[in-house]
Design a binder for this molecule. Structure first.
Ligand SMILES: *[C@@H]1O[C@H](CO)[C@@H](O)[C@H](O)[C@H]1NC(C)=O
Ligand SMILES: *[C@@H]1O[C@H](CO)[C@@H](O)[C@H](O)[C@H]1NC(C)=O
Ligand SMILES: *[C@@H]1O[C@H](CO)[C@@H](O)[C@H](O)[C@H]1NC(C)=O
Ligand SMILES: *[C@@H]1O[C@H](CO)[C@@H](O)[C@H](O)[C@H]1NC(C)=O
Ligand SMILES: *[C@@H]1O[C@H](CO)[C@@H](O)[C@H](O)[C@H]1NC(C)=O
Ligand SMILES: *[C@@H]1O[C@H](CO)[C@@H](O)[C@H](O)[C@H]1NC(C)=O
Ligand SMILES: *[C@@H]1O[C@H](CO)[C@@H](O)[C@H](O)[C@H]1NC(C)=O
Ligand SMILES: *[C@@H]1O[C@H](CO)[C@@H](O)[C@H](O)[C@H]1NC(C)=O
Ligand SMILES: *[C@@H]1O[C@H](CO)[C@@H](O)[C@H](O)[C@H]1NC(C)=O
Length: 606
């Protein structure tokens, strides 16, 4: 039995002061709530500074998530009478708020641990409690020991492999992070893949300028992707947004990634001159000290790629940039030079508490990591937050990953058995997001680039069961591949991607010069932009926005997609899932045709 230290909250950050004070709460009833193995490629390099601070997000058991899920399915199912009747924020809060008993027990536990609840941040629905504490205090609260872990690429995180709670609290708390989640949403964890530019820029600009967009070949140079090509290929070029005052789109930048609007302006001058005004028009929202373009913060390739891609496609629809930081600042000691808070939840909790009318109805995110880097409880809780956004009519697009079924050297399980297996990616594996794969060329094939190892990501979740809405499509595909790859993937899991778009050699301005970039970080903002235009057409007719897309996509939306039948998601030292007729695990349903989507929806057909 250990003795708990007394914690006195003195400032907004609670600080441990005394270690020898009265034992307030013997921990005899503590039992392990969760254990999770350290993912391969990470090693324990030592102890953190006991004063290193982490911002803990404590998730409380919602009183009725099942009902929320039930409503979400109804309002997202085009054959249901309630299709499009999204929930209000109050309705969502009512389903997600914990029982009073849950809240009171968790609060009492914090008080017992001398954590002053007035220094905790409690969200509107009261299902999340956030508190910043020194590692030493957290170690006592959760009866655990944190270490500094270093990834092969140099990223460092302060994490643990197991944590405990009083037995009576197990059923009341869904997850607490950062503990065992090694997911990184930082510049090293993301996977934009820069390639040396190999097209004649002047020629690319000239092609982009050419009046002839009647044909794809006339509008495109597939070695240097431009908005004009995407707009021609996906059939948005003749569409003029009708209600830009009533529609918007957002994308996410995490830890330190900044979008340079001066670069965006140059990009638009070259590739979308009519949209130049929009470069500086977007709303930048800094969450938790997130960096944004203030003239001095250095820009990054991901931030620029997302902003430029979206502006080039949706003008004049307004664009919101969410930039989530990892504040508060940590103690920069010798072991932890990088910030180690958990940005995803920070962003989600911020969004949950915004007035719904201020949240764009389409959000693109180009970050992800191996599903096994996070424990199931974390993945499920985050995925449920996405469901809550979907129920309110928000469509979430995530890139499917950039290494096929797994980078050759990474295909080892984390379940203690070190089995060879494909590596699904999270959040792409969450059923409540739409997962976007990548293509190249024309006719389009599954994208890969031998120059940087890029291959469009695909896979089957080990955490999320295959949902009903995709069972027919996926089972047909599984029948067609038979026992190929048996044992390497989870045949009962949620399969992705759902759909695809070009992900090869996008031209991006960064710091005044043009670069060329591959990755599903290209296709996610492209698809998000197209669906933002779909929302524009819907809203202009007084209809609801798309919301959570997947049931519609698998039921009828797929008819508006161009099937991708060649190529495969090469990886894990093998060929990976192949593309084929209809849905396949390499390209989903293929690539969007905007005008056909409007037809399928019965919108704006004149
Ligand atoms: C546009 O390109 C197509 C196919 O290359 C060609 O048939 C057509 O004449 C061109 N139109 C103009 C105005 O150049
Ligand atoms: C601009 O942003 C950077 C990075 O977030 C920050 O360090 C700097 O203080 C900011 N400068 C101004 C003038 O706000
Ligand atoms: C941008 O270019 C300037 C001048 O070439 C250089 O000093 C700076 O480091 C560059 N910034 C980035 C983010 O690459
Ligand atoms: C799995 O790999 C880890 C890290 O390389 C090693 O420490 C462990 O002993 C291995 N376990 C088995 C069962 O082979
Ligand atoms: C797809 O594969 C078929 C059969 O191998 C081939 O005939 C066709 O040309 C390929 N199409 C593309 C776009 O690569
Ligand atoms: C396969 O997925 C299911 C959930 O869909 C899960 O219960 C099971 O543990 C997974 N199997 C493995 C080996 O991860
Ligand atoms: C933004 O990009 C411009 C070039 O387009 C460059 O001059 C400027 O230094 C960049 N700003 C920052 C803060 O990197
Ligand atoms: C757009 O919003 C304005 C007010 O914000 C409202 O008056 C108008 O009816 C809306 N238009 C459509 C098409 O929804
Ligand atoms: C991964 O392995 C496959 C099969 O051995 C090989 O074709 C491919 O080039 C490798 N990928 C990389 C990036 O090395």
């Amino acid at each position: 039995m250990c003795i708990r230290s007394l914690v006195l909250a003195t400032t907004v950050t609670a600080v441990a002061l005394s270690a020898s004070a009265t034992p307030l709460n013997p921990r005899f009833d503590y039992t392990v709530k969760e254990s999770h193995n350290v993912p391969p490629q990470w090693s324990n390099i030592g102890n953190p500074d006991p004063l290193h601070h982490l911002t803990l997000n404590i998730g409380l058991q919602p009183n009725d998530f099942e009902s929320l899920e039930h409503h979400l399915h109804q309002v997202s199912d085009p054959s249901h009478p309630r299709y499009g009747q999204h929930l209000t924020q109050e309705q969502v809060h009512d389903f997600l708020k914990p029982a009073d008993e849950t809240f009171d027990l968790v609060r009492a536990w914090l008080v017992d641990n001398s954590i002053d609840p007035s220094f905790c941040n409690i969200n509107t629905a009261r299902d999340w409690i956030t508190v910043t504490l020194p590692v030493a205090t957290i170690e006592q609260l959760l009866d655990t020991k944190y270490s500094v872990y270093e990834h092969q690429d140099g990223t460092r995180l302060v994490r643990t492999t197991s944590w405990s709670l009083p037995q009576a609290l197990h059923e009341h708390i869904t997850t607490i992070q950062p503990t065992t989640a090694f997911l990184r949403a930082n510049p090293k964890g993301k996977t934009v893949l820069d390639v040396p530019i190999d097209v004649d820029l002047a020629q690319a600009v000239k092609v982009a300028d050419a009046a002839n967009t009647t044909t794809i070949r006339g509008a495109c140079n597939f070695g240097g992707m431009t908005p004009k090509c995407l707009r021609t290929l996906y059939n948005t070029i003749n569409y003029k947004p009708q209600v830009p005052n009533n529609n918007s789109i957002a994308f996410n930048n995490f830890l330190g990634e900044v979008s340079n609007r001066s670069d965006a302006r140059t990009f638009l001058q070259n590739f979308r001159p009519d949209a130049v005004d929009s470069a500086y028009a977007g709303t930048q929202i800094s969450i938790n000290g997130g960096a944004y373009d203030n003239g001095t913060a250095p820009a990054g390739i991901e931030g620029n790629l997302d902003l430029e891609t979206i502006l080039g496609l949706v003008y004049p629809t307004p664009v919101t940039l969410y930039t989530t930081g990892g504040e508060p600042p940590f103690n920069a000691d010798k072991f932890t030079p990088t910030n180690t808070n958990e940005p995803y939840l920070t962003w989600l909790l911020f969004l949950r508490d915004q007035d719904l009318s201020t949240i764009p109805k389409v959000i693109s995110t180009s970050y992800g990591d191996h599903e096994q880097t996070v424990p199931p409880s974390y993945a499920k809780t985050v995925c449920n937050q996405f469901a809550a956004l979907g129920a309110q009519g928000i469509s979430l697009f995530f890139s499917s990953g950039d290494f096929g079924v797994g980078a050759n050297s990474s295909c080892v399980t984390n379940d203690g058995k070190n089995r060879t297996a494909f590596m699904p990616s999270f959040p792409a594996s969450c059923p409540y997001v739409t997962s976007v794969g990548g293509t190249m060329g024309y006719p389009e094939v599954v994208a890969y680039d031998t120059r940087n190892g890029f291959v469009s990501g695909s896979g089957f979740s080990n955490y999320f069961q295959r949902p009903k809405w995709q069972s027919t499509a996926v089972e047909d595909y599984l029948d067609s591949i038979g026992d190929q790859f048996q044992g390497l993937y989870n045949t009962s899991g949620r399969a992705y991607p759902d759909l695809s778009a070009q992900a090869y050699r996008y031209l991006v301005w960064l710091n005044g010069s043009v670069r060329s970039v591959d990755g599903t970080s290209c296709s996610a903002p492209t698809v998000a932009s197209i669906f933002s235009l779909v929302n524009d057409a819907l809203v202009a007719e007084g209809k609801s926005p798309m919301g959570w897309l997947n049931p519609w996509l698998y039921q009828s939306g797929f008819e508006a997609f161009t099937d991708v039948v060649n190529g495969s998601s090469i990886g894990c030292n093998g060929p990976g899932f192949g593309a084929s007729d209809g849905w396949d695990a390499a390209s989903g349903f293929g690539t969007p045709d905007f005008e056909k989507i409007l037809d399928v929806l019965g919108v704006g057909v004149s």
